[in-house]
Design a binder for this molecule. Structure first.
Ligand code: SF4
Length: 278
């Protein structure tokens, strides 16, 4: 143990500040900083770390490449522990190789849609754009780009780059309706709350196909905050609010661990029912 502590102290420095689980008393981080730090681990040139290729029943069947790394730390997150410990999981795939694996999964399971999931797909920009390039060469019907909107909101040119691809649909998933709720649920500093909304505005302006989802589960988001979220979307475009996809939190293994680390009792939360409390 003493040896470990000596070693840990020798290693102390920026790498120990890499956020893992959200814990009580956490210091809010800049998600753009966390994106860069995560990319140093999960990306290499145009390559990105993946842990698996498979298909699932969501979206009525979709081939999925499971990627490593995210720039938020949502306490309700159900993705694998590679989100928190990207150093330990996955191997690097170039864009063509990854799309080949996704296509093989699509063929194996008889589905015609594709996505990358598990982490934030917009990390490793060079990889994602290469992957979408490779997707254009396939006969798959649709690529669904799921995103938390942080990087797309920070850089309009990224959204413009996406707009040139055909058969790509973006799903922006909001985590909060207020800056305080955003920090409490994601760990990111409140100033970053606006970024996903900026992404939505940019997607509209650039004519990209997209829709908005939000984690409005009443056990996690108070009624008033949900209304603020809807009002914010209405200000941008009433169609977005009217067609909001509302997400529900499920007790996945990783979710239970993350909630416990954050000082919440998952049993209390999941057994409490869905009554919306304010
Ligand atoms: S829920 Fe999505 S945005 Fe939040 S930490 Fe998990 S993968 Fe990232």
């Amino acid at each position: 143990m003493a040896h470990y502590l000596r070693r840990r102290s020798a290693l102390a420095g920026p790498k120990w500040s890499y956020p893992r689980f959200l814990m009580l008393g956490f210091k809010p981080f800049d998600p753009l900083w966390l994106a860069r730090e995560t990319e140093r681990i999960a990306c290499s040139g145009d390559k990105r770390k993946y842990t698996a290729f498979y298909a699932t029943g969501v979206y009525a069947g979709i081939a999925t490449g499971y990627v490593v790394g995210c720039c938020l730390r949502c306490f309700f997150c159900w993705s694998g522990f590679e989100r928190d410990f990207p150093e330990f999981f996955g191997r690097f795939y170039g864009p063509e190789e990854a799309m080949k694996c996704i296509l093989a999964a699509a063929r194996r399971y008889g589905v015609d849609k594709a996505r990358i999931s598990g982490g934030e797909p917009t990390l490793c920009r060079e990889h994602l754009l290469g992957l979408l390039e490779a997707f254009q060469e396939t006969d798959l019907r649709l690529f669904i780009l799921e995103t938390n909107g942080i990087l797309l909101g920070a850089d309009r040119s990224y959204v413009r780059a996406l707009s040139r691809f055909e058969r790509v649909h973006v799903r922006v998933s909001l985590k909060a309706g207020t800056p305080e709720g955003f920090t409490a649920r994601t760990g990111a500093k409140p100033e970053a709350f606006e970024l996903p909304f900026r992404a939505i505005e940019a997607l509209l302006d650039e004519g990209v196909s997209f829709h908005v989802a939000a984690m409005t589960d009443p056990r996690l988001m108070p009624r008033e905050e949900r209304q603020q979220l809807l009002r914010r979307l209405e200000e941008i475009d009433p169609f977005l609010a009217a067609n909001l996809e509302e997400e529900i939190c499920d007790p996945y293994e990783t979710t239970l661990v993350r909630m416990t680390a954050y000082g919440l009792d998952p049993a209390e939360l999941f057994l409490a029912g869905l009554g919306r409390e304010s």
